[in-house]
Design a protein around this ligand. Structure first.
Ligand code: SF4
Length: 710
């Protein structure tokens, strides 16, 4: 009988940006249990899963779920909760205007949810004060792409890593943060021993085990290292002058800036804390290896000069013509499963749906006509850190937080906590009943979780995949798009939010991506208009596919810029002149260390789901701080001691781990622990709230800090 009730469903892992396909087996007779396997047919993972994906079955219990709406801690039905939300928002708008409302959303949302909440806020409430936790993860990469290519367009595919002969991994512990892609890289190296891997990271991480060269760069100096590379490429005749002339602009300007700031290897080596021999080896390999992919992730993005670092990397690829060809290109790795889908629907406070921009009146007009609204926001909104500052200052009176835990993850997180405590109206939609942020909500809305929701996500190689439901909704939980649409209807916008299914929303999203696209022979990059007429059945069966997906190109696009044409007005890629900048706050006698933060192999974000798995918790069971042996001796710290780590912004307690993987003068603390798991384990409370002026991304990797025995 068991086998008769069994069914297998193809879906996608909800954790990292690799976007692995999953085959889930559920048995209706048994109830809330699932067996998880990798999907052998999914082109991003070919059947492989990492520890987190494999343990998804441990996380689908309903025990920790928020199962019914609550208003001021009193359980209620949906009508009461939705009426209260709609009345609360309407009253704030009447009294203070639309900019007194804010939304803070998440790269955990499915594209359909993300689209609807952005349409509601930007199109109908009429403010762009909606930002996302993806701001903390990849907004510098977005800025880098837009400045260079004229669009937020990731050029590469995972296949390019397998075709490469040199892979440069900078600011990325790929082995732990994107494990299945790392397995593909390792396999590629086994198949081609000539493939070289260079890791650029102040820490020695698990990724370094596969490296031919590890550059233990001084924290924050990546921009200088890549400016030095551009200078070296010019000095050694390694430029592709034909490509530069035909397909790019502003090269001389960028080269001059590189020469001025990183004129020779000795200067670069000294300022980056590296040996000249190692820098020369890296530069020499890069100069000689046409098939080069440069991967960059949070170590580059989470910086007050993150956007410039991204462009310094892209400059070197443009200067050598290494883009749009197999085995070549700059490749940003995103953290979250749907950071990319969020970018597509205009999830950032400065963007509009379908990769259009809030600082472009033509785009605003086009989206307003498509949505048939005269209330659309006409200027960019507040980015994450500024948005919580405005809540703290009292200019934002109501905030709706969806699927994220900013009390743990934002920099200066104690300030965020106090801001929410003071805010007039805090609405939180979540599938978990007691996170640090849910605890502060006046209104709690139970959202459907992974294994219940239907929709799409886009992974970091632009591949759109389906998430499919395995179980019915738990308790009274509902999809986020439904919750938003119900509130929008109560506020008078039913005509624009009359969706019956996630397929309805996906079709509209696809139609907008093709709406008046390619007007003056200048296409937008994000175009999935081939899906504008998708039937329900075809949506159910949708196979993983890389955008753009158009009627002319229905099978998707593996690689961008193969024709050397970009999305700028001139159709040429732009070099950006970079003046490297060190981190804003420098260590001093009171805070003599540089505190770095990052992910662990077996936890996801604030552990609300992975923390449910005994197997995953066994990897690293408590908050810890890594410190070099010389520093440990100087500060009288022994292995397994507890230590207090403090900064100008806050403090925490963690277990001491003494390791030479850490450079002297630096500390590393994982980002995951929350007050739920460890009362003083939130590293976000220590992180300096400094942001990149172009992208608004916080400098989460470099905070001056002190450490003392607890
Ligand atoms: Fe999930 Fe990422 Fe692991 Fe794949 S690599 S199974 S997407 S966490």
């Amino acid at each position: 009988t068991a086998a008769m009730n069994e069914k297998t469903i193809k879906t996608t892992c909800p954790y990292c940006g690799v976007g692995c396909g999953i085959v889930a087996t559920v048995d209706d007779a048994i109830g809330h249990q699932v067996t998880i396997q990798g999907d052998p047919d999914h082109p991003s993972n070919f059947g492989k899963l990492c520890s987190k994906g494999s343990a998804l079955g441990d996380t689908v219990s309903t025990e920790n779920r928020l199962l019914h709406p609550e208003v001021h801690c009193i359980p209620c039905d949906w009508n009461t909760a939705l009426d209260t939300v709609a009345d609360g928002l309407t009253s704030v708008i009447r009294q203070y205007g639309p900019d007194a409302i804010a939304f803070y959303v998440s790269g955990q949302l499915l594209t359909e949810d993300y689209y609807v909440v952005n349409k509601f806020m930007k199109g109908f409430i009429g403010s762009a004060n909606i930002d996302t936790n993806s701001r903390l993860c990849m907004s510098s990469a977005v800025t880098g792409y837009k400045r260079a290519f004229g669009a937020d367009a990731v050029p590469c595919s995972y296949e390019d890593l397998e075709a490469a002969e040199l892979i440069v991994l900078t600011g990325s512990n790929t082995a732990w943060c994107h494990p299945i892609v790392f397995q593909r890289i390792r396999k590629a190296k086994e198949n081609n021993p000539a493939l070289k891997i260079v890791v650029i990271d102040p820490r020695r991480t698990a990724t370094c085990d596969s490296a031919d060269l590890h550059l233990t760069i001084k924290p924050g100096m990546d921009g200088l290292l890549f400016n030095g590379l551009l200078t070296y490429l010019a000095q050694t005749d390694a430029l592709d002058n034909d490509y530069i002339a035909a397909h790019t602009q502003d090269f001389e300007w960028a080269l001059q800036s590189a020469r001025n700031t990183a004129g020779n290897i000795e200067i670069v080596a000294q300022d980056c804390g590296l040996s000249s021999a190692d820098v020369e080896k890296f530069y020499g390999w890069y100069a000689k290896t046409a098939k080069t992919v440069t991967v960059y992730s949070q170590g580059v993005n989470q910086s007050s000069s993150g956007s410039d670092k991204c462009n310094a990397i892209i400059n070197c690829h443009l200067a050598t013509g290494r883009i749009g060809k197999p085995g070549m290109g700059p490749f940003s790795f995103t953290g979250q499963p749907n950071a990319m889908g969020g970018r597509e629907v205009g999830g950032l406070a400065n963007t509009l749906a379908a990769h259009m921009e809030l600082d472009n009146p033509e785009h605003i007009d086009r989206v307003a006509r498509f949505w048939q609204t005269d209330r659309i926001a006409t200027r960019p909104g507040l980015k994450a850190v500024e948005l919580f500052d405005a809540i703290d200052a009292g200019t934002i009176k109501a905030v709706w937080i969806i699927a994220t835990n900013p009390v743990v993850t934002l920099p200066d997180a104690d300030k965020v906590k106090n801001a929410l405590k003071r805010c007039n109206l805090v609405i939180v939609s979540d599938c978990i009943k007691n996170t640090d942020t849910v605890d502060l909500a006046h209104i709690r809305l139970p959202a459907a979780g992974w294994s219940e929701k239907a929709g799409t996500v886009t992974n970091m190689e632009r591949r759109i995949s389906r998430q499919r439901p395995l179980f019915p909704f738990s308790g009274l939980a509902k999809p986020d798009w439904w919750i938003i649409s119900q509130v929008a209807a109560r506020m008078g916008f039913k005509h624009a939010f009359d969706y019956r299914s996630s397929a309805d929303i996906f079709r509209e999203h696809a139609a907008l991506s093709g709406f008046e696209n390619n007007l003056e022979g200048q296409p937008r990059d994000f175009d999935i208009s081939a899906f504008a007429d998708l039937t329900e059945d075809a949506y159910d069966r949708l196979q993983p596919v890389q955008w753009p997906v158009t009627k002319k190109n229905p099978n998707g696009t593996e690689r961008l810029f193969t024709d050397g044409k970009f999305y700028t007005a001139s159709r040429k890629a732009r070099f950006i002149a970079i003046r490297p900048r060190a981190p804003v706050n420098k260590p001093d006698p009171n805070y003599p260390f540089t505190l770095n933060t990052g992910r662990l192999r077996d936890q996801w974000h604030t552990m609300t789901r992975t923390g449910l798995s005994a197997k995953l918790n066994a990897h690293k069971p408590e908050p810890f701080v890594e410190i070099h042996p010389l520093d440990a001796a100087r500060y009288h710290l022994q292995t397994h001691d507890l230590a207090t780590i403090s900064s100008l912004w806050g403090n925490m307690i963690a277990r001491v781990v003494i390791t030479e993987n850490q450079q002297p003068g630096s500390l590393f603390v994982p980002m995951h622990w929350t007050a739920q798991f460890s009362s003083r384990g939130r590293v976000g409370a220590l992180v300096n709230p400094v942001i990149d002026p172009h992208s608004g991304q916080p400098e989460s990797k470099q905070t001056p800090a002190a450490i003392t025995p607890y």
